[in-house]
Design a protein around this ligand. Structure first.
Ligand code: AMP
Ligand code: ZN
Ligand code: FE
Ligand code: FE
Length: 284
């Protein structure tokens, strides 16, 4: 059987619903050989995931960095996956802490907007729901569900709620700074779901070429938010720019419907990532 590699998954260290320990066990149960833990703007899940690593499963330690490109007005948000970097690199640690704090402030401001419209959601309850992990809109979505205002997370991300009306920008990392930081920390930067038009605005291919010149190493092609045409486009662009290509589930537990291993990465691309990172792949 071929090696099954899923390089993008979230735990309760950010907006997933499985703890890091539950996540690695679920990955083994799903028949994966390699899993990357990539919580938003944090490495807090790394240790508990490694401690719980089941025999035979390899763990790529990573994160998904909240970034922004300021080449257009308003600036375009984007996500950068970073693999196998030094989690103690001071500049990266400081930047991730800044972004996490800004997420809390933004979450609280979203809650104030909801409350100003008479919607009864509690910031302290939402913060408690995040359990000390990186706060995101999915945690606010859960509060809307608990209040009976929406039925699903998808509905909470609709235009009447967190998708538009009550959406506020985050204070993200400038994307070229993010690539430089990840490289300085010995990591491997890969652009997450770069053509996900269904999430909102996307960046032009010229920017991706500039990022490649700055050291970006790969593009995530196979992702549920990409149509087949978008996946093909990303593959062609990667070939043109000499970038590696990944495929991943972006698993979030019950906050999303996608299952672990729904999309996977070729072993050649995985081996290039494993060889390029300063942190070793952990083995169970
Ligand atoms: P935030 O990071 O706070 O801006 O929230 C964005 C996160 O919410 C993304 O990383 C996704 O994991 C999740 N998300 C975005 N859109 C949806 C959606 N339509 N349904 C469920 N989760 C979503
Ligand atoms: Zn998320
Ligand atoms: Fe993402
Ligand atoms: Fe993600």
């Amino acid at each position: 059987m071929s090696t099954r590699i899923d390089l993008h998954a979230h735990s309760t260290a950010s907006d997933g619903t499985l703890t890091p320990a539950e996540l690695v066990r679920a990955a083994a149960d799903a028949g994966l050989d390699v899993l990357a833990i990539t919580d938003h703007d944090t490495t807090a899940g790394w240790e508990p995931a490694v401690r719980a690593l089941p025999p035979g499963l390899r763990l790529v330690r990573g994160a998904e960095l909240s970034c922004r490109w300021y080449g257009e007005e308003p600036a375009v948000p984007l996500h950068l996956l970073a693999y196998l970097f030094d989690p103690d690199h001071p500049d990266l640690v400081a930047e991730l802490a800044r972004v996490r704090l800004a997420r809390e402030e933004r979450g609280e401001r979203i809650v104030r907007l909801l409350q100003a419209d008479g919607i009864e959601v509690s910031w302290s309850e939402i913060l408690a729901g995040a359990g000390g992990g990186t706060v995101g809109r999915p945690h606010i979505a859960q509060a809307l569900i608990r209040a009976g205002l929406v039925a699903t997370t998808t509905e909470a991300f609709g235009p009447d709620w967190l998708g538009e009306r009550y959406r506020l920008p985050k204070e993200d990392i400038e994307v070229f700074d993010a690539v430089r930081l990840v490289l300085a920390a010995g990591g491997v930067p890969v652009f997450a779901h770069p053509r996900a038009t269904r999430r909102g605005r996307i960046v032009p291919d010229e920017l991706i070429a500039d990022l490649a010149a700055a050291g970006l190493m790969g593009l995530e092609a196979d992702h549920e938010d990409h149509s087949p045409a978008e996946r093909a486009h990303v593959r062609a662009l990667a070939a043109e720019l000499g970038l590696l290509v990944t495929g991943s589930s972006d698993f979030h537990g019950s906050h999303k419907t996608v299952r672990l291993g729904a999309f996977t990465t070729d072993v050649e691309a995985y081996e290039r990532i494993a060889a390029a990172g300063v942190t070793a792949v952990a083995s169970g």
